[in-house]
Design a protein around this ligand. Structure first.
Ligand code: EA1
Length: 209
């Protein structure tokens, strides 16, 4: 493997993405649900996040406005399946309030939020912030995670810093866009290419366990 394009091709040839759920892979991408999912998925498995998200949806709480006003205890109870629920409840509510305070609504947040703003929020690290940017806000940001690092290690690549790994992944795609369009047989946006590529890596990582 010389660059991340070859990793992309490797996963594509193995048949990923296998799950057809959303054009950008993350369920209900481009909605506020991505923000909620990015916090809930910390330190836990995705199937548990899905349970918590379903509880919130059933309680009509899966919106920015509703979450900013919810009772803390009620929120904790509903997201219990995803673990660390008291901490996650506090962070979700505070983040919702801050989005309303600084951006007014989710649409404006999508258009205007910066990586720096996200990183300054309690409970949002680089992986969560980049997930929100890529899948929630359709930005040209590649998300890297433990699955990415593990896959690259298999091919003898190791990186010390998250951003170094992210830049290596982005560079291999940016310098091979013609080949990517050939693989897809059409032009796709860079956001969609990054979004689906990260999805391939996560699906592959989960299948390998
Ligand atoms: N799907 C399987 C997911 C996952 N981890 N594992 C997922 N979808 C959105 N996700 C975020 C994180």
């Amino acid at each position: 493997m010389r660059d991340s394009f070859e990793i992309f091709k490797y996963l594509k040839d193995l048949g990923y993405l296998k799950e057809l759920r959303d054009r950008l892979w993350w369920p209900n991408s481009r909605t506020f649900e991505v923000v909620v999912g990015a916090i809930l998925t910390q330190q836990t498995r995705w199937d548990k996040v899905e349970k918590a998200l379903k509880n919130l949806k059933d309680a009509n709480l899966l919106s920015l406005e509703a979450l900013s006003m919810v009772d803390d205890k009620e929120l904790s109870k509903l997201i219990k399946p995803s673990g660390f629920y008291n901490t996650k409840a506090k962070r979700l509510k505070l983040l919702s309030k801050n989005i309303i305070k600084d951006f007014g609504n989710f649409e404006n947040f999508k258009q205007s939020v910066s990586r720096e703003w996200l990183l300054s929020q309690k409970g949002l690290g680089k992986e969560s912030s980049d997930s929100i940017l890529c899948y929630g806000c359709e930005r040209e940001v590649f998300v890297v995670d433990a699955y990415t690092a593990k896959l690259l290690k298999k091919f003898d690549y190791e990186f010390e810093e998250y951003d170094e790994l992210r830049e290596w992944m982005e560079h291999g795609i940016l310098s091979n866009l013609d080949k990517i369009y050939e693989v897809y047989k059409e032009k796709k946006s860079l956001n969609e290419i990054y979004a689906r590529f990260h999805g391939k890596i996560v699906e592959f990582g989960k299948d390998k366990r």
